[in-house]
Design a protein around this ligand. Structure first.
Ligand code: ADP
Length: 315
């Protein structure tokens, strides 16, 4: 097997999706339809990177239960390498996702085993040989910070998708990060949390989107991470780094389900960095292509495109 070049450390969650006419009222039982699927930001990003052609290792924590065994079987079918921490005291993470007839959703996530990922669970040798280490904020934060630190110490490129921006997120984590990839909401929240907005009132997403590139670039520079890439949904993304600011447009597609678009972007970006020898703009375009293809299909991990599909799309 090719040694992993991309190590993704993060959450696995089984998505339990229910479709119903309307959301149940307290005490009400409704009939509906359901489907289950692998989810969790870490796992989605590992699948996106792996399918897009990057030799990937996924590191995650699951429970000693049927959902955990489903996760292992899913990765075996995908042919993506894994390093599992199996926790006997916690169930596998799960999310109950209700979708009503109008397409609105209500979600409860129980991160469970993901929050028990320990520093000692991390495969230090694999991280040592990797070109990139990718993390998010759904798994245990001290272990996540440690993964970034191990990656940085080993000379790998460290990428953080700061999602979701949990209340216990500490800015000190950012000192181990080379590339920060928030979406527009996370970017604005991060700027406000770190007290970086020069105005009197907190920054809003609407105000951020109206800022001229020079101001956005300057604001990104205050975060203290060498490269900041903010994803902007159908508007694509922008890249801000010491030597400049670049906008990368999204691809026009017919979107049927945009859940997991950000995860597709991060995985696709990582695969693109390998494919384009570290060229950030080319990698971001690759990330946009993977994300565009993923939104044309329902689901999160199952909607991630293969390398062949991405190549056909970009031809
Ligand atoms: P998140 O899912 O984290 O909110 P975004 O909505 O910013 O992330 O989407 C991430 C990327 O996915 C965007 O930069 C864009 O390239 C792509 N994308 C999202 N929505 C669409 C869409 N409707 N059409 C095409 N590309 C999309």
């Amino acid at each position: 097997m090719t040694p992993p070049q991309v190590v993704v450390v993060g959450s696995y969650v089984i998505d339990l999706c229910f479709n119903c006419e309307h959301f149940p009222a307290p005490g009400e039982t409704l009939a509906g339809t359901s489907r289950t699927g692998p989810g969790g930001k870490g796992s989605n990003q590992a699948v996106a990177a792996g399918r897009a052609g990057a030799p990937t290792l996924y590191v995650g924590a699951i429970g000693d239960d049927a959902f955990g065994r489903d996760a292992q079987a899913f990765y075996e079918r995908e042919g993506i390498a894994t390093h599992w921490a199996v926790k006997s005291t916690q169930p596998t993470g799960s999310a109950a996702i209700l979708v009503n007839a109008e397409g609105q959703n209500q979600i409860i996530v129980a991160l469970a085993a993901n929050l028990k990922l320990a520093k000692s669970d991390l495969p230090a040798i694999a991280i040592d040989g990797a070109r990139m280490v990718i993390c998010q904020l759904e798994a245990n934060l001290p272990a996540t910070t440690h993964a970034l630190k191990l990656g940085r110490d080993a000379g790998a490129l460290t990428i953080l998708n700061p999602a979701p921006l949990r209340p216990d997120f500490k800015a000190t984590m950012l000192k181990h990060v080379d590339i920060l990839i928030p979406n527009e909401t996370e970017f604005v929240e991060l700027i406000n949390r770190l007290g970086l907005h020069p105005g009197k009132k907190p920054l809003t997403t609407t105000a951020m989107l109206k800022l001229p590139p020079a101001k956005l670039h300057a604001l990104c520079g205050t975060i203290g991470v060498p490269v900041v890439i903010v994803t902007l949904g159908m508007r694509g993304c922008f890249i801000s780094r010491a030597d400049g600011y670049v906008e990368v447009p999204a691809f026009q597609v017919k979107a049927v389900d945009t859940t997991g678009a950000g995860d597709a972007f991060v995985g696709g970006f990582a695969a693109g960095l390998l494919e384009h020898d570290g060229d950030l703009a080319a990698a971001a375009r690759h990330g946009c292509a993977v994300a565009a293809l993923s939104v044309t299909k329902p689901g999160t991990a199952p909607s991630m495109p293969t390398r062949a599909a991405v190549q056909r799309f970009l031809r």
